[in-house]
Design a protein around this ligand. Sequence first.
Ligand SMILES: *Cc1c(COP(=O)(O)O)cnc(C)c1O
Length: 362
Amino acid sequence: MDNHSKNDSQHWIRQEIRDLSAYHVADASGMIKLDAMENPYVWPDALRQQWASLIEQTDVNRYPDPSCLGLKQQLRQVMNIPEDMEIMLGNGSDEIIQIVAMAMSGTGRSILSVDPGFVMYKMISTFCGLKYIGVPLREEDFSLDLPAILQAMDQYQPAVVFLAYPNNPTGNLFDEQQVIEVIEAAPGLVVIDEAYAPFTDETFMHRLGQYDNLVVMRTVSKMGLAGLRLGFLAGPPDWLNEFEKLRLPYNINTLTQLSAELAMKHHVVLDEQTARIRQQRKVVVSALTQMQGLTIYPSDANFILIRTAAGQAAPIHARLKDKGILIKLLDGSAPMLKDCLRITIGTAEENQKLIASIAACL
Ligand SMILES: *Cc1c(COP(=O)(O)O)cnc(C)c1O
C-alpha cells in the first residue's frame, strides 16, 4: 500500500487535475473593462422598474420551475429554434459543455477542437477524464486546416467536436462549407458554439435536422446578460433527451428564469445594444488599422484580435492597465498567439479612450 495519510489531497486528487491551474479572472475594479466580451450597456430605467417589480412579486422559498417551459418558449421564438428540435438549458453554456462531456466520457474517449480555441473545451475535457485534441488552425488567417482535422478525426474518432462560430479568441468565422465537411465526416457529435451569434449574420441554427449529429449551443452572456448565467443547447431529441438526464434538476434558478424571460420579451433593447457594438467594432477596427506596427484580424464577434510588433504585447497591456483600461493579453497562451492582444468592444467613449491610449503606446 502507498505511504500516505487518509486526507492527503496530493494522493487522492487525480494527477491531471493537480496539473491544472484554476481559471483566472483579472481584478477589474474601477477599470474600463474590455477583457471579457461583456456588453457594456445596462438596461434602460423603464425596464429596470419592471424587473424590480417582478422580483418584488417573486418568492424564493420554493425550488425553481425545473422545466423552464416559459423561458424555453421565449428562446425558441427569439432565437429561431426549429419547432422539431429539443432545447436544454444550462447555467451558462460552460455547464452545457460539461454536461456533453460527462455524457460522452469513457475509456479511450476524446474531444476534438481547434487551437487556438475556447479554453473551456480543453479544461472540461480534463475534468471529465476525456483526452483533448486541439488541431492547429492555419497560422496565416486562423482558418480551419481541413485536411488536418479530417486526419485527426480519423485517427482519434472523437466522441465530440466543438467548433466556436465565430471562434474565440481569434474572432473569425470559419468557412461554412468546410464546417459542413467536418459535420459530415465526424464520427460523433458536432457542437457548433454560437456564443457570438448577436455579432454576426451567420448561423447553423437553420441547419438543425439536416445532420443527425449536429447540435447548436448559444448563450445570453455576450448579448448583455452575462450575470444571469444562461446558455442553451438545441438539437435532435435523440441527443438532447440523453443530455437532459445529466442536467441537475434546478440548474436555472428562479431569478435567472424571470429575468431572462423579461429580457427576451424586450429583446429589441438588447438587439439595439448589440447593433451599437457592431457599429463600434467598425470604428475601432478602422482606427487601429491606421496605426503603424499593428495587425488587425477580421472579426465577426464583439472583440478583435490584434498582433503587435515583436515583444510589444505585454508592455502595451501593462501601459493600458496603468491608464485604467483592462484588455486581454494572449501572448504566452499559445505559440500562434505570440504578440497578440484581445480587445472587447466597449461604449463609444470607452473605445475612444482605448484608441487614444494605444496610439500613445506606439
Ligand atoms: C464566452 C464563451 C462561452 C461561455 O459562455 P457562458 O454562457 O457565459 O458560460 C462559450 N463559448 C465561447 C466560444 C465563448 O467565448
